[in-house]
Design a protein around this ligand. Structure first.
Ligand code: UD1
Length: 419
């Protein structure tokens, strides 16, 4: 079992560059299915979720070249519209291929993606969006199979601003006849990145980043070249690493606006944050201070749920007591038991409300990552702990971080990755 081993209490300093966004690359690789030709996608993060997406593209019949940075996808000869079960089970967000397959080929099928460690994560809104465009579904509970002779644009209002459902609706509507309007759409920057890629390939989409997105159906997309946006969650994780270690670090290749909800919360814990162009510097001179009011996760531009575990680790070392409310996922709490093993004092009250009484120091322990961001939180806690921390199940963390050990080592951390 691969693992990270950290010797704690080293202040981080120096610079590190942030790579492409996991949550942007997945829908954009899925979008290449729409193009009867070649797409060239730069700044693709070299993470296991990118590799899983590439395997799905190859399974569908695409030719894909990937050198760890640029993916060239030729989707001319796709000969399947069913998603491979093993991949759907491994990566829930594989369902993002459904909208593109339905739009280009009028059909797709997939086994139902199961629940995941964050909770149930239903896909009812994805299905409703496809139905609104005219798709019909087989009634088999284990298989989702949709067909549509011709998708027709429609107006749909999402019951909650789901990122995946917004992106799937956009993908499905690209070739739908007439105009599709999505209201209560997700405003995440990764939705904007998908719009920008699709428009570069000839789609006609407006409004991403706001709560209303309009897609005017087109008849053809063409080959396009695109560079994936920087990963705002990796950037946020490294800023917390700087803060929890009381360091002074600079991140390069960051879009400050995308990271600002996290930067704002970090500033409340006493970090000084300065932004120059696409660089962010964080200095933390003292023990973090508890947050003055509860931190509640929310859709963008609120505080991202994908940063909740990392902030839980930070606040576990703060002076005073903080509260975090996890509002998006009912079971995003597996890191709490592991942090508690390290000496954190966290009460997980009903209704996903975490009361975090900061302690002066955590202690290194053998811990187990149970999911991607919760695993990253354990590495961060290890940076602040006395002694040695082991984070087992490194594969979860590798889903979303290209080389977290290499990056933190570059900043002066004593961390190793053991295969
Ligand atoms: C995406 C991100 C994930 C992030 C999440 C919330 C990707 C690949 N993943 O996940 O990292 O944590 O946004 O910012 O981009 N919901 C339904 N029915 C649906 C769809 C969603 O009830 O059909 C609910 C979910 O259970 C959840 C909420 O809506 O409570 C938001 O989920 P959603 O935005 O869809 O998350 P993902 O797109 O899966």
């Amino acid at each position: 079992m691969s693992k990270f081993v950290i010797i704690g209490r080293k202040k981080l300093f120096g610079e590190v560059a942030i790579g492409g966004s996991k949550n942007a690359v997945l829908p954009i690789l899925a979008a290449t299915v729409l193009i009867n030709g070649k797409s060239t996608i730069h700044n693709c993060p070299n993470i296991s979720d990118t590799h899983t997406s590439i395997e799905i593209l190859r399974h569908l019949g695409c030719k894909v070249l990937y050198d760890g940075y640029t993916a060239i996808v030729d989707a001319t000869n796709i000969d399947k519209t069913s998603l491979p079960t093993s991949h759907v089970q491994k990566m829930r967000s594989s369902i993002i291929f459904a909208g593109a397959l339905l739009s280009r080929f009028g059909e797709f099928s997939s086994t139902t993606p199961g629940g995941c460690r964050l909770g149930e994560r239903p896909i009812d809104m994805h299905i409703n969006a496809f139905s609104a465009l005219g798709a019909t579904f087989d009634q088999n509970p284990d298989i989702i199979a949709a067909k549509a002779d011709k998708l027709i644009g429609n107006t749909m209002c999402l019951s909650t601003p789901s990122v995946g459902a917004t992106q799937n609706a956009m993908l499905a509507a690209v070739y739908a006849k007439g105009e599709t309007t999505i209201t209560n759409a997700a405003k995440e920057p990764e939705v904007v990145d998908l719009q920008n890629f699709l428009n570069k390939a000839g789609a006609n989409i407006n409004g991403a980043g706001t709560e209303t997105i309009a897609i005017n159906g087109v008849t053809k997309l063409h080959s396009a070249e695109y560079s994936i946006m920087p990963d705002r969650i990796v950037a946020g994780t490294y800023l917390v690493a700087g803060a929890i270690s009381r360091g002074n670090i600079t991140l390069k290749n960051v879009n400050y606006k995308d990271v600002s909800p996290v930067a704002f919360a970090l500033a409340q814990t006493g970090a000084k944050i300065v932004c120059h162009g696409n660089e962010i510097n964080l200095t933390m001179k003292h023990r973090p201070i508890a947050l003055p009011s509860p931190l509640t996760t929310a859709p963008h531009p609120g505080f991202p749920t994908d940063m909740q575990p990392q902030f839980t680790a930070l606040l576990a070392t703060a002076h005073g007591t903080s509260t975090i409310n996890e509002k998006l996922f009912e079971a995003r709490d597996a890191h709490i038991a592991e942090l508690s093993k390290m000496g954190a004092k966290i009460t997980n009250t009903d209704n996903r409300r975490f009361l975090i009484e900061g302690v002066a120091a955590l202690r290194g322990r053998v811990t187990y990552a149970k999911d991607l961001r919760g695993g990253a939180a354990l590495i961060l806690a290890g940076l602040a702990s006395h002694g040695i921390t082991v984070v087992e199940n490194a594969h979860y963390i590798q889903r979303g971080y290209e080389d977290i050990a290499g990056d933190l080592k570059q900043l002066g951390a004593a961390i190793s990755f053991l295969k």
